[in-house]
Write a protein that binds this ligand. Structure first.
Ligand code: HEC
Length: 142
């Protein structure tokens, strides 16, 4: 499923196939939605294996800036949101309830990853051939 697809057909699936609606959430060349990351240049950044896996198992690897977490802190507070950045000391969270937060790593007691906003099961709406075509299209976005 990794090689030999038809990029033109893949593009049509990406933008037009109602059952999967990739472009509802993803933009390419400024066209499409903003729920998920822009996919311009994804073929340069990522191998075909990764692209296929991102479609079939969206929860295996989550794109940077799109990881949903629930954090419990030492003081008992619970925060939910998107991880916008982190280093050894600090985590930046974009929380729908509390806005942007900076949380010291030392204060975090538990960190639970939530589900990807990319739905599981999209691949079930695609035939193997269509999946191959979509991978070919994405791999060609350089
Ligand atoms: C309901 C919104 C939604 C739909 C529909 C959707 N995606 Fe996604 N997608 C996301 C979100 C949010 C992420 C980031 C989180 C993640 O990596 O799981 C993502 C991640 C990805 C990634 C990984 C990007 C990276 O930089 O690591 C690829 C590739 C991808 N989607 C391709 C597709 C394709 C192809 C389709 C159509 C078959 C599709 N998506 C449909 C929301 C969506």
């Amino acid at each position: 499923m990794l090689n030999g697809g038809d990029a033109e057909r893949g593009k049509a699936i990406f933008f037009e196939k109602v059952e999967v609606q990739c472009s509802r959430c993803h933009a390419v060349k400024g066209q499409g939605g903003t729920v998920g990351p822009k996919l311009d240049g994804i073929g340069k950044l990522r191998q075909r294996e990764y692209l296929l896996e991102a479609i079939v198992f969206p929860n295996r690897a989550v794109a940077a800036g799109y990881e949903n977490v629930t954090l419990t802190l030492k003081n008992g507070a619970v925060h939910f949101g998107l991880v916008k950045g982190e280093d050894d000391m600090e985590l930046r969270l974009e929380s729908p309830e509390d806005g942007p937060l900076k949380i010291a790593k030392a204060d975090i007691v538990t960190r639970q990853r939530g589900l990807s906003a990319m739905p599981e099961g999209l691949a079930a709406a695609l035939s193997k051939r269509e999946l191959r075509d979509v991978v070919e299209y994405l791999a060609g976005l350089k």
